[in-house]
Ligand binder design. Structure first.
Ligand code: KIV
Length: 271
């Protein structure tokens, strides 16, 4: 029987140790105090304050519009709740591409104003100067390759990435570039499982997959998707652990009925 190591606090060093020991890393997104507290208490290893907040919290069609101030607000709320998990925050679109000094300032703002533990950035070779500059300030960076939603207007679609050899080769090269630059891990999004396994075996830092198969060192899902709060989004990689949208609507309907019928509040629910 395999023994599970108890880690009182998750750090980037612990994630590296987990990869070496072959222990899978469990990561979920959170954007607010209440949900982050529940996930942390449940024992999640890594909490991602993802720019998917743009979709699931703000209702935007893409992750492009979310701002640095909004990410800092979400990250601070999460940090107020978390005591064990490693908290990683997405650098939003337009705050790190093309200008490494701006990237550094953006990352410093996130770390100083939210108290988070690390930042995540999408891209490989194109953003490596920004990655290096942020790392030089002592800020841990998580890479993100494959489907990179901040580039949706370039891709034009959210289909599986790197199915062609040329793109797969670039992805492998980018993974090595990010590893050499000093990233503590890489998220691999929506790529063939075989490629996810290959990258994971080739690099020494942990990989965390979302739609990248079972061969990665860990998995990440958007909390609203895995709890079934979002209703229309159902890619193949998504396992729903609950149908909260139905439960929430059912509870709200019961409340409406109780209020309209004067059943709520009853004698015990008033002063
Ligand atoms: O923003 C996000 O939630 C993400 C995950 C999908 C990895 O980047």
């Amino acid at each position: 029987m395999s023994k599970k190591t108890i880690y009182p606090k998750i750090t980037t060093h612990v994630l590296q140790e987990m990869k070496l020991k072959g222990e899978k890393i469990a990561m979920l997104t959170a954007y607010d105090y209440s949900m982050a507290g529940l996930i942390d208490e449940a024992g999640i290893d890594v909490i991602l304050v993802g720019d998917s907040a743009s979709n699931v919290m703000a209702g935007n069609k893409t992750t492009v519009p979310i701002t640095l101030n909004e990410m800092i607000y979400h990250a601070s709320s999460v940090m107020n709740a978390v005591s064990r998990a490693l908290v990683v925050v997405d650098l939003p679109f337009g705050t790190y591409q093309g200008d490494s000094l701006e990237a550094l300032h953006s990352a410093i703002r996130i770390m100083k104003e939210s108290g988070a533990n690390a930042v995540k950035m999408e891209g490989g070779k194109e953003i490596v100067q920004s990655v290096k500059r942020i790392l030089s300030a002592g800020i841990p960076v998580l890479g993100h390759l494959g489907l990179t939603p901040q580039s949706i207007h370039k891709f034009g679609t959210y289909v599986v990435r790197a199915t062609e050899e040329k793109e797969a080769e670039k992805l492998i090269k980018d993974a090595h570039i990010l590893e050499e630059a000093g990233c503590f891990g890489i998220v691999l999004e929506k790529i063939p499982a075989e490629l996810g396994t290959k990258v994971t075996q080739e690099i020494k830092i942990p990989t965390i997959g979302i739609g990248a198969g079972n061969g990665t060192d860990g998995q990440v899902l958007v909390i609203h998707d895995m709890l079934g709060i979002t209703q229309k989004f159902s890619p193949r990689f998504l396992r729903r652990y609950h149908n909260l949208s139905e439960e929430i609507k059912g509870s709200v309907q019961s409340y409406i009925t109780d209020v309209k019928s004067s059943d709520f509040p009853n004698d015990r629910e008033q002063y």
